[in-house]
Design a protein around this ligand. Structure first.
Ligand code: CA
Length: 235
């Protein structure tokens, strides 16, 4: 999952970035309204963290402007004071939630998880496909009863695929949602990580398969629903 953090307080932005990266998010930072606006429209984010007071404008105005442009990505507003009018204005401007400074990182992380999960199914936090289960909160993955050790990037990749079961997800989509703007640029970076994931998910009890859909991307499905794309000599 990829998050845009708009915060001009550099030490705070750095703390948030560190925590989010540790939690497996791809993170882009913006410190001004103009950069945030550009980043939001150029990249595919799963959630935006938006500070209220920015050097070249106001987070409320940016939020309202983005919504007026049809921007639907969830936005968590950071407000400096525990002021009712700030909260009301934040929600009026189209923010989905707000958090009052100072806050603890775990609270921010929980709010983000809730926002990202909301559109799909707010009551089913654990993703399941076949025997494969993934818990975004504890960042653990199981095949049946066995824990599958994954790197942070593999986890993020699998989380994105599992959040869209049976959808075909393109390489571009995966790059946009799992890698940040500074990814190393290797053209086959997605394929390399998919190959590693496949190997780890192919163990005993592995009934979930990442299919290659020719010319389109990848699809995660339980084995019993596998289609024929794999027989077409792909890869
Ligand atoms: Ca600020």
């Amino acid at each position: 999952m990829r998050v845009l953090v708009v915060e001009d307080d550099i030490p705070l932005a750095t703390i948030l970035e560190r925590g989010l990266v540790e939690d497996g998010y791809a993170v882009d930072l913006a410190h001004r309204v103009v950069d945030a606006h550009h980043a939001a429209l150029s990249n595919e984010y799963d959630v935006v963290v938006l500070d209220l007071g920015l050097p070249d404008g106001n987070g409320l105005d940016l939020c309202a402007e983005l919504r007026a442009e049809g921007y639907v990505v969830p936005i968590l507003m950071l407000t400096a004071r525990d002021s009712l009018s700030d909260k009301v204005s934040g929600l009026d401007s189209g923010a989905d939630d707000y958090l009052t400074k100072p806050f603890d990182y775990p609270e921010l992380a929980a709010r983000l998880r809730a926002l990202i999960r909301r559109p799909a199914d707010s009551r089913s936090p654990v993703f399941e496909v076949g025997e494969l289960r993934l818990d975004p909160a504890s960042r653990r993955v199981w095949l049946g009863a066995i824990v599958v050790p994954l790197t942070s990037r593999e986890f993020s990749l699998l989380e994105y695929l599992m959040s869209r079961p049976t959808d075909v997800v393109s390489r571009t989509d995966l790059l946009e949602h799992v890698w940040d703007a500074n990814y190393d640029g290797m053209s086959n970076v997605v394929d390399v990580h998919i190959a590693n994931l496949r190997r780890k998910l192919a163990g005993p009890g592995g009934t979930a398969t990442i299919e290659t859909v020719r010319g389109a991307g990848y699809r995660l499905c339980a084995d019993d629903t596998s289609r024929d794309e794999q027989n077409e000599g792909v890869e």
